[in-house]
Design a protein around this ligand. Structure first.
Ligand code: CS2
Ligand code: MG
Length: 402
């Protein structure tokens, strides 16, 4: 089974997505997601100009060898662009293998380890009252786990709060829009949010929160400690994780579970965090971390220290990634949870899929491969629209972490 064609499809049904389609000489095709929010064209070019020509004529069954070719052969290893390009090829080849063998991906990985993939939804509001109402809505929808983000008094355009009560879409302008951040207000406000949520909903709901890289290690330790009475399922991205050692300070002061990794692209980004037991959940994704082939290595490494998966699943990861992730999360023994921000109806129409939501869980379906397709004709009606993520500055103008 040889690779006859590999082409990149850039489409923007409400937001930009980059998809790779690989077609074999036997007519079987597979698709992979290569979307990098705010830098989509970089990955599209990396694939079109440097990777696709390398694939033509190769045996589509040799997934591992092609992964090693693209990783070692680039010489310039790692990074979000390279690893997303490799991920797209990897997932497309796993999709082809599943279709050729008439097997859903989870069966190729080792079969299902659970009946469904527990997900968490995104509740947000401009203030505590609106956020409380949003959490109530998610509970009514059957979610057992809910991420809560609210506006912070005195801060404009807070992270994670949608403008119009629809799904939060951060990439909101052709060039990075500016937001102002101030940590003291946030550190005072956040415990009040979770105090109000526990008062309203009791101990049962699994509550999560994303600090989105905004704190220093000491501030993160302070927040994690202040949230202990509210028994969070996890505190996410408490501090930037380039310096993996910095998580020791948080661990010394709090037992609030920590989750990191949506910006990671290889095992090397999280090796120390995992082996020093500095985190509880690893959020690396199939699209961000080199595909199924590499994320499986990260998950198996994490299992040694009982770190569980908590894959990122925002709307800027396409339905192709969600489909593949649900097969992966159905199999992986050290499963933690899966983030789920439903895509828009126009996105779902471009990417028809077999996965479905019921009783707080997503189910991958049993179609061969990952069960997601792309309607190329419909995709072509949504041309690329330049969009970038916001940036954050402190009130004195200093650049900060968005
Ligand atoms: C967030 C993301 O879902 C999350 O946990 O961190 O929404 C993140 O802001 C976006 O994926 C960035 O593109
Ligand atoms: Mg996050």
């Amino acid at each position: 089974m040889r690779i006859r064609e590999a082409r990149v499809i850039v489409t923007s049904p409400g937001r930009n997505f980059v998809t790779l389609k690989i077609v074999t000489d036997e007519g079987v095709y597979g698709i992979g997601d290569a979307t990098l929010n705010g830098r989509e064209k970089a990955v599209a070019s990396y694939l079109e100009d440097h990777v696709c020509p390398l694939l033509i004529g190769r045996d589509a069954r040799r997934i591992e060898d092609i992964w090693q070719l693209l990783y070692r052969g680039a010489y310039w290893r790692r990074g979000p662009v390279t690893m997303r390009a490799i991920a797209a090829v990897d997932v497309a080849l796993w999709d082809i293998k599943g279709k050729a063998m008439g097997a859903p991906l989870y069966d190729l990985l080792g079969g299902k380890s659970r009946d469904g993939v527990t997900v968490y939804g995104h509740a947000n509001g401009r203030d505590i009252a609106e956020t409380t109402d949003a959490v109530a809505r998610y509970i009514d929808l059957g979610y057992h786990a809910i991420r809560a983000q609210s506006g912070v008094p005195g801060l404009d355009k807070p992270y994670g709060v949608s403008k119009d009560k629809h799904v939060y879409e951060p990439a909101d302008a052709a060039l990075a829009s500016e937001t102002i951040w101030s940590t003291p207000e946030y550190l005072r406000h956040t415990p009040r949010l979770f105090d109000a949520l526990r008062t309203s909903f009791g101990e049962a709901p699994l509550l999560l929160h994303d600090a989105h890289h905004r704190l220093t290690p000491q501030e993160a330790a302070k927040l994690a400690k202040s949230l202990e009475p509210y028994d969070l399922f996890w505190l996410e991205d408490p501090t930037p994780a380039e310096n993996q050692e910095s998580f020791q300070l948080i661990r010394q002061h709090s037992t609030t579970p920590l989750a990191v990794g949506e910006v990671f692209n290889t095992l090397w980004d999280c090796k120390d965090l995992i082996q020093n037991q500095l985190i509880d959940y690893i959020r690396a994704t199939i699209v961000g971390a080199g595909g199924i082939t590499h994320l499986r290595r990260i998950a198996d490494f994490a299992a040694v220290w009982q770190v569980r998966t908590g894959c990122h699943g925002a709307t800027d990861l396409s339905p192709v990634t969600m489909g593949a992730a649900l097969h992966f999360q159905s199999w992986v023994p050290n499963f933690g949870i899966q983030e789920y921000m439903p895509h828009s109806a126009e996105t779902d129409a471009v990417f028809p899929h077999h996965y479905s939501f019921a009783d707080g869980m997503l189910h991958p379906g049993d179609a061969p491969g990952h069960g997601v397709d792309i309607d190329e004709a419909l995709a072509a009606t949504y041309p690329y629209t330049p969009r970038q993520l916001p940036i954050a500055r402190l009130r004195d103008g200093s650049m900060w972490n968005w």
